[in-house]
Design a protein around this ligand. Structure first.
Ligand code: UDP
Length: 450
């Protein structure tokens, strides 16, 4: 029998890398051989950050022309076309080389924003499936909007309303980037049996998963290191693909704090706050009078963001500012009681898996919708209200932190819900759980060639 060998194609963004690496580890645990194809820039940054990549996963890298890293200000269209041109060649070579070495590739899984992969897989008659690293809700909404807005296919907006009552703001967010999403759908349209692997779990987003059909949207998440889920592999306690070097000093600091007392603040791997908003957050933290751990990444020009803050000294007396940490390690620490988050989907799932109440401070892309899910559907947090200038004021930050960490009725309800999702996430990934079974079926189908 041919050994199952799946190639995973990643993109050089932290959120994608974390999901892809965790997915690879889960496949490996099911006996699948996995090779990860990613760009030189990601490999270089991981090596520089001294991330120890997980044992038993083979990495192959290709130059996509952005070897020194991709900045938000770079021309994304150019990146996409170069990534496609050079990535297609690298993937073809990898597939051929694997055959020659007697370990042929039997299937391909790719970050959905790289639709060119499906074409290459078809050339080699290999089954392929994209990995969607945002919520099933977002997928369903984008799907419906694409049909309605780009293809003028009526009717789907009704399902939008039943799945998710949308504000105008959210609708505008979704219409941005629809063309790119349509290209991703086109790649799937050419498949006989299209399947989309989604980083979520059945209990979390059952309505959204059902809206398009569970035969298409396959929930295989949450993709979070297994030590925090089924606990079977205590060594799997970090993603293993950090692009930035971790600060060293936060665990000891967390150890010194009382249980559930610390506010953890992070806005992910991309987004930087404006100075005025940072000042307001700092004011809210100081006035809340609680210990805090705040991730402020060093800017591309080497500047430390905290150096710009007028109250830096006061902040450093009350809390700790770090340039990067292992977020899952922090969220799993008993002293952490609240997560002030931008609501990236990985951060959203990590807050649920680790049962941590959230204060939502979303910015763009899927974040406003994730904040809505956290507040209205999962009910594990509150979303801040911005002032007329679009800024969150310090008083509002303080109010929200008190609400979720306090022992009032709302805080108690939020903590109860956070515990519920922590339990349900574990149930989903354990042997026989919904995500476990979905992944097992997918692997069996890859073996049969779909
Ligand atoms: N993360 C981390 N350390 C940090 C900040 C973030 O390990 O100091 C990880 C976090 O655990 C998550 C990822 O970076 O897995 C960020 O992904 P998310 O989708 O939340 O946000 P994005 O960076 O894509 O905006």
């Amino acid at each position: 029998m041919v050994h199952t060998h799946i190639v995973l194609i990643s993109a050089p963004f932290q959120g994608v890398i974390n999901s892809v690496i965790q997915f690879a580890k889960n496949l490996k645990r099911m006996g699948v051989k996995v090779t990860i194809l990613s760009s030189v820039s990601a490999q270089n940054r991981m090596a520089k950050a001294s991330s120890s990549t997980p044992d038993g996963l083979a990495f192959v890298s290709f130059s996509d022309g952005y070897d020194n890293g991709l900045e938000l200000s770079d021309n994304l269209e150019h990146f996409r076309s170069e990534n496609k041109r050079r990535g297609s060649k690298a993937l073809s070579e990898l597939i051929k080389a694997s055959s020659e070495e007697g370990c042929p590739v039997t299937g391909v899984v790719y970050a959905m924003l790289l639709p060119w992969v499906a074409e290459v897989a078809r050339e080699f008659k290999l089954p392929s499936a994209p990995l969607w690293i945002q919520s099933a809700t977002i997928f369903t909404l984008k799907f419906a909007m694409t049909l309605r807005v780009l293809l003028n296919y009526p009717g789907w907006e009704r399902s939008l309303v039943t799945i998710f009552p949308l504000s105008c703001f959210l609708l505008i967010t979704f219409s941005v980037g629809l063309q790119g999403f349509k290209e991703q759908l086109d790649a799937l349209n050419a498949e006989v049996n299209p399947k989309i692997l989604v980083n979520t779990f059945d209990a979390l987003e059952s309505k959204a998963l059902r809206a398009i059909g569970k035969q298409y949207l396959i929930a295989i998440g949450p993709l979070v290191p297994s030590a925090f889920l089924d606990g079977k592999d205590p060594s799997d306690n970090a993603f293993g693909g950090d692009l930035l070097q971790k600060s060293r000093d936060y665990v000891e600091w967390l150890d010194s704090k009382p249980q559930s007392s610390v506010v953890y603040i992070s806005f992910g791997s991309f987004f930087n706050l404006q100075l005025q908003e940072m000042e307001e957050i700092a004011r809210g933290l100081l006035e809340s009078n609680r210990p805090f751990l705040w991730v402020l990444r060093v800017l591309a020009d080497g500047e430390k963001q905290e150096d710009k803050l007028s109250c830096k000294e006061k902040l450093e007396k009350q809390g700790l500012i770090v340039s990067w940490c292992s977020q899952v390690e922090v969220l799993s620490h008993p002293s952490v009681g609240c997560f002030v988050t931008h609501c990236g989907w990985n951060s959203t799932l990590e807050s649920l898996v680790l049962g941590i109440p959230v204060v939502c401070l979303p910015q763009f892309t899927d974040q406003p919708a994730n904040a809505k899910l956290l507040e209205d559907e999962f009910k594990t947090g509150v979303r801040v209200t911005k002032n007329d200038e679009g800024i969150v004021e310090g008083d509002e930050i303080k109010r929200c932190i008190e609400l979720v960490m306090g022992d009032g009725e709302i805080g108690e309800e939020i903590k109860k819900n956070a515990k519920k999702w922590k339990y349900l996430a574990k149930e989903a990934v354990k042997e026989g759980g919904s995500s476990y079974k979905n992944l097992k079926t997918f692997v069996d189908e890859i073996e049969d060639g779909f």
